[in-house]
Design a protein around this ligand. Structure first.
Ligand code: ATP
Ligand code: MG
Length: 423
């Protein structure tokens, strides 16, 4: 058992209100999972999970009796969400797993805190804490947390077979909390069960993989997943581990440029080797949102046309215009990461020019082609496809000239085009 000094999130009025409501009949409630783990490491606490022996219907009743909005999020598994303003609290009844069929574990509620800890995935996730900061540690999670050991509660192979999602969660938590080397029994169990991964839904795979990609150094863990023959079952396109390491470093610390930050879609694109069609296959497999799907495809479609320091200003502007700002930035960052990966000595001299290239792109606003259809009509071109053709011709010239020609110059060019076509 340990003791943690009260944290601001524990003392927050909304937390206190929820805790007071569900303990108002004298039944205990504790903080569990991520909030306890992160508070112990002095990392920011994202969401607050609470456990109690109270059954879900009683949790709802007590919340509502105290004027707190209660949502039966996963009532079959015993989870209720309490909402106060923008704060959400997940309250789960203590349980122990009775039988397991893949993700559909049959659960039974219990008042045994230890049994509840034993059904949790990793020792560092099995800690619980009272409202006054007393820590309960039934499976040695504290020591593991201190040493950066991500260990399954119980037999790793069995725990993965009960729920394959735990295999991906293992690597995700290892990316955030693990210190190498990883535990051999856990890795062996992951390797042995990796063929089960395709049974998971795309949404679940995406959820874990995108979070894993957001870790400070995802490349190390992904390399481990590759070595253990886990990654090919979900992402056979993964290839550029070194380049991803460089990108993650640039995004996090190497490059300090407002507007560039950690980005899971860019990191995914940086990791894989594929064209636009391959990107769409990944998007389908991971059930990516339309926005992420389009971005991934755009980055992969332009894999042969990266911005480079060898380009003139005009060429860069042209490419920027063609690719769009976002894809241009993504491709520039990936190109720079490749360069750093190939030659670790070159980069310091190149970082000034690369930063400048990115800075220009960030400040850039899309120039508007000065001519409209009415300009051609005014010169006597009749309605019809000719207008589009002529304007397209002038626009190409305007682009190649670095978008410098103004309305008058474009009009001259249009006149010249008309005359040459007529003569
Ligand atoms: P974070 O929210 O920072 O990702 P977390 O530990 O809070 O981390 P959640 O997914 O919110 O993770 O789950 C809360 C707790 O529920 C975990 O800490 C763990 O104890 C338990 N848990 C979640 N998923 C599983 C699972 N698949 N198998 C066993 N226990 C799980
Ligand atoms: Mg959580």
């Amino acid at each position: 058992m340990g003791q943690l000094a009260p944290q601001p999130w524990m003392e927050a009025p909304t937390t206190k209100t929820v805790m007071a409501a569900i303990t108002s009949t004298g039944v205990e409630a504790r903080f569990v999972g991520g909030c306890v783990r992160d508070a112990l490491l002095k990392r920011p606490v994202k969401d607050i999970d609470i456990a109690t022996p109270l059954e879900p219907n009683d949790v709802i009743r007590l919340l509502e009796a105290n004027g707190i909005h209660a949502i039966p999020t996963g009532i079959a598994h015993g989870t209720i969400t309490a909402v106060i303003g923008k704060d959400h609290f997940e309250i789960t009844t203590l349980r122990h797993d009775v039988e397991n069929f893949g993700r559909h574990a049959r659960v039974a509620f219990t008042d045994d805190w230890r049994a509840d800890a034993l059904r949790r995935d990793f020792t560092i996730n099995a800690l619980s804490m009272t409202t006054d900061g007393r820590i309960y540690d039934p499976v040695n999670g504290l020591a593991d947390l201190g040493r950066g050991r991500v260990r399954f509660v119980g037999d790793p192979k069995q725990r993965i077979q009960e729920d394959v999602l735990r295999l991906l969660r293992y690597f995700r938590f290892y990316a955030y909390y693990g210190h190498p080397p990883a535990q051999v029994p856990s890795l062996a169990a992951c390797r042995a069960s990796a063929h089960l991964l395709p049974n998971l839904s795309g949404e679940r795979i995406r959820g874990e993989m995108m979070r894993l990609l957001m870790a400070p150094d995802p490349a190390g863990v992904l390399t481990l997943m590759q070595a253990e023959k886990v990654l090919p079952h979900i992402l056979p396109e993964a290839k550029h581990f070194g380049r991803l390491r460089q990108l993650a470093w640039l995004e996090d610390r190497g490059l300090r440029l407002e507007g560039i930050e950690r980005d899971p879609t860019r990191r995914l694109a940086c990791l894989v080797e594929c064209d636009a069609k391959g990107a769409l296959e990944i998007a389908d497999r991971f059930k990516l949102s339309n926005r992420d799907r389009n971005r991934l495809a755009a980055i992969c479609r332009h894999s042969q046309q990266a911005p480079s320091l060898a380009m003139s200003d005009g060429e860069r502007r042209h490419l920027l215009y063609r690719m769009g700002k976002q894809t241009y930035l993504d491709r520039a960052l990936i190109a720079w990461s490749s360069e750093r990966d190939i030659d670790p000595r070159a980069p310091s001299a190149a970082s000034g020019p690369w930063t400048e290239l990115l800075g220009h792109a960030l400040d850039w606003t899309v120039p508007e082609f000065p001519l409209k259809g009415r300009d051609a009509l005014a010169l006597g071109v009749p309605h019809g496809p000719r207008i589009g053709e002529l304007l397209g011709h002038v626009q190409e010239w305007w682009e190649e000239g670095g978008f410098r020609a103004d309305h008058a110059a474009c009009l001259d060019r249009l006149r010249a085009a008309l005359e040459s076509k007529m003569s």
